[in-house]
Ligand binder design. Structure first.
Ligand code: NAD
Length: 393
């Protein structure tokens, strides 16, 4: 990038470009533009741990988005949450009458917070109902499902965003910028470790241990943060992968999914990434980038809060001190701005598909005892989060 083009200019250009494009699209399709003074209405599908603990509270704090509807298979739970959030009973849908959202003008965005194996169906139904979709990670449980979701969004001419909250979290964004700016010199090695102990007695984990609903074990649930982090820290894509698993099949948690997987990515620049994930090791969401002349350490790097990102030079640690924000509120604000045409789509379906293809390659290498799998299929992210996301919610 030429020196005289600042990041701010780049942001303004990208946002202005996206706004002009969205206005032109709306005009071409003869769609009424969204009222400027009104928050974008979100329907939340699946009222489990994340929805109740982070997403609904995030919507309460959001500047540009608001909760307008709930979709649940549990009427009592839905009624209790609707009452607490001040929603009328006609704003409650279930999985059978879900398609009626097409006729509900309160809803602009549907947020899919269901088990992974249900993401594709409920995303495609929402797109067919004419709604924009924000879908939780992992995008789905197969490459084919991810491709079908992207095709459905194109056909419906609606936005599809994957909920990669670290793309909107200030410390992760600063980490990307430090690496891009050369603060650690030329990057040489990335290490990412993302996992925890899975509890089969917790209903929230029970489906995560069932391959049909989860897709994979710790890899799709936690390891995906490491896959995504290596890619966003380096802003390049792996060209090769090798992976191995260590799973105790006598442990009832691992009847259908893998436990620990360790992988290596090779990047075009020559950087190597060592990644690990497990549903049977002490909780961690950490990453480090070693450069020629310094190291960036994030431990934890991807928690909901309390992340610590440090610059390390020899034995000297310098904390990157940035105030905490509600990552979920900010991510939903970004989605609201995308829908309004005020912001570019930073984490589109193609980002989710890329991680799903890499997960599939890792699993293929595991099945072939560490065989090298080529992953140089030419994906390049459309928008670098570090270049555009800097508006603190
Ligand atoms: P959860 O089990 O707590 O919630 C899932 C919800 O889906 C529950 O309300 C459950 O009743 C409902 N459901 C409907 N059909 C179901 C079925 N057949 N089996 C099981 N549940 C069913 O899970 P969660 O932790 O809220 O995760 C939901 C999604 O959010 C997952 O895709 C997960 O990967 C993602 N997630 C993302 C983050 C993040 O930081 N972005 C964090 C946690 C979870």
């Amino acid at each position: 990038m030429p020196k005289e083009i600042s990041r701010r200019t780049l942001i303004e250009l990208s946002v202005a470009g996206a706004a002009a494009l969205a206005a032109a699209e709306a005009k071409a399709l003869d769609r009424p533009s969204l009222p400027k003074d009104q928050k974008i209405g979100f329907a939340v599908v699946g009222l489990g741990k994340l929805a109740q603990g982070q997403i609904i509270p995030g919507l309460r704090r959001s500047k540009s988005a608001k909760l307008v509807a709930l979709v649940s298979g549990h009427p009592d739970k839905a009624k209790r949450i609707a009452a607490a959030e001040g929603l009328p009973e006609d704003a409650i849908y279930n999985y059978e009458d879900y398609d009626r959202i097409a006729k509900d003008p309160r809803i602009q965005v549907v947020y899919i917070v269901l088990p992974n194996g249900m993401h594709a169906e409920y995303t495609i139904r929402a797109l067919k109902a004419g709604k924009h979709v924000l879908c939780e990670k992992p995008m789905a449980t197969s490459v084919a499902d991810c491709e079908a979701m992207i095709a459905a969004a194109k056909k419906a001419d609606r936005k599809l965003m994957i909920a990669y909250r670290c793309h909107y979290e200030p410390k992760n964004l600063e980490a990307m910028r430090r690496v891009r700016s050369g603060a650690i010199g030329k990057p040489r090695l990335v290490v990412t470790d993302m996992g925890r102990q899975a509890d089969p007695n917790d209903p929230s984990d029970a489906w995560r241990l069932d391959k049909k609903l989860a897709g994979s074990g710790g890899l799709g649930d936690m390891g995906i943060y490491g896959i995504n982090a290596a890619r966003y820290l380096l802003n390049e894509e792996p060209i090769e992968v090798r992976a191995w698993a260590n799973t105790d099949r006598s442990d009832p948690r691992f009847r259908t999914v893998d436990d620990m997987i360790c992988w290596q990515f090779k990047f075009p620049s020559g950087v190597i990434c060592n990644g690990s994930t497990s549903f049977d090791y002490n909780a961690t969401m950490s990453y480090e980038v070693w450069g020629e002349k310094g190291r960036l350490q994030a431990d934890p790097g991807c928690f909901y809060g309390g992340n610590h990102v440090r610059m390390v030079d020899g034995g000297k640690f310098t904390e990157i001190d940035i105030p905490e924000i509600d990552q979920f509120a900010r991510e939903m604000d970004w989605m609201a701005d995308v829908v309004r045409g005020k912001a570019p789509l930073v984490s589109p379906g193609e980002e989710g598909l890329q991680d799903m293809r890499l997960i599939t390659a890792i699993l293929e290498s595991v099945a072939r005892d560490g065989a090298t799998i080529k992953t140089d299929w030419g994906y390049k992210r459309a928008v670098d989060p570090a270049a555009v996301v800097d508006v603190v919610a």
